[in-house]
Design a protein around this ligand. Structure first.
Ligand SMILES: Nc1nc(=O)c2c([nH]1)NC[C@@H]1CN(c3ccc(C(=O)N[C@@H](CCC(=O)O)C(=O)O)cc3)CN21
Ligand SMILES: CC(C)C(=O)C(=O)O
Ligand SMILES: [Mg+2]
Length: 292
């Protein structure tokens, strides 16, 4: 774990819940984000299917494929050393046969190098989740706002505000624990409900827009860094303004190219005067003086 530099495992996370040490999880989508989030001490890196929206520009997570998830997981794995890497099972996959779920999760782990998979949904996905767990693939649950069901939910809305949906969420959390899930993401649910769920299951809950009583928190990399994200959920806190810095940096570069301020002499490669003599008989052309 972060304090000791040891690798984070599902057992580390269980222990963190027992000792009431909050779990810090963040999404990562590629080599640099994986490397930086790992170095920063994040316990879990989530290769979220939000990558479809954040780095591929789709307007939902539905178009994201298993191949996309494998591709991005590989890059994150190459960047990270210590964090536990969890990858989202993409749209629909969890609702196929047990064999298909197992095949997809198996690819994320075997080809992608993920340590665990995350599956959206409750009771509906239990049999697929169980197949993975029995095969040795740790499963993280995801309840509340499940973005792969955006069309059914009618938008990215807070879930569990009424008695029936709150009861279903609590029950789904307990079913996921019973089935052997190692942790549970709670997305966009009232704090009072996530508090109750967190107390009633022994596995860690990790909240996003679910208040402070969860056992951990997760946010999207590009959201907390204000790095070109198209969404502005109200539960996000901004910790840096990387997009502004990137914009200013590139504007400066473009300006300097246009004004011939860049490149300077030190940004080029040069021949020695002897080499110039040998090659050009000591009379280099006007363009061979290295410029400014
Ligand atoms: N950049 C980004 N950040 C995310 O957190 C994220 C994604 N993309 N893509 C996949 C899902 C979609 N998510 C979202 C998107 C929007 C809201 C949102 O705007 N929610 C309203 C709540 C509305 C209500 O009151 O019901 C909000 O005000 O935060 C929430 C979660 C979370 N995930
Ligand atoms: C928002 C988190 C929990 C997620 O599932 C994702 O980034 O895809
Ligand atoms: Mg996701």
């Amino acid at each position: 774990m972060s304090a000791t530099g040891e690798k984070v495992t599902v057992r580390t996370l269980q222990k963190m819940k027992e000792e009431e040490r909050p779990i810090a999880m963040i999404t990562a989508y590629d080599y640099p984000s994986g490397k930086l989030a790992d170095q920063a001490g994040a316990d879990i890196l989530l290769v979220g299917d939000s990558l479809g929206m954040v780095v591929l520009g789709y307007d939902s997570t539905i178009a994201v494929t298993l191949e996309d998830m494998i591709h991005h997981t590989k890059a994150v794995v190459r960047g990270a050393q210590r964090s536990l890497i969890v990858t989202d099972l993409p749209f629909l996959t969890a609702h196929l046969s047990r064999e298909e779920v197992l095949k997809a999760a198996g690819k994320l782990v075997q080809e992608g190098g993920a340590h665990a998979v995350k599956i959206e949904g409750g009771e509906e996905i239990l049999s697929g989740a169980k197949a993975c767990i029995q095969a040795g693939i740790p499963v993280m649950g995801h309840l509340g706002l499940t973005p792969q069901s955006v069309h059914q939910l009618g938008g990215y809305r807070v879930q569990g505000r009424d008695k029936e949906t709150a009861a279903k969420l609590l029950r789904d959390a307990q079913l996921l624990e019973e089935c052997g899930a190692f942790a549970l993401v709670l997305e966009c649910v009232p704090t009072e409900l996530s508090d109750e769920i967190s107390k009633s299951v022994s596995i860690p809950t990790i909240g996003i827009g679910a208040g402070g009583s969860c056992d951990g928190q997760v946010l999207v990399y590009h959201d907390i860094l204000q790095y070109g994200s198209n969404l502005q959920p109200s539960f996000v806190k901004k910790y840096a303004f990387v997009g502004d810095q990137i914009l200013e940096g590139i504007q400066h570069y473009v300006r300097e190219v246009r004004q011939r301020v860049f490149p300077e002499k030190k940004h080029g490669f040069h021949l020695s005067s002897q080499q110039v003599k040998d090659l050009y008989g000591g009379k280099p052309g006007g363009t061979m003086d290295g410029g400014r």
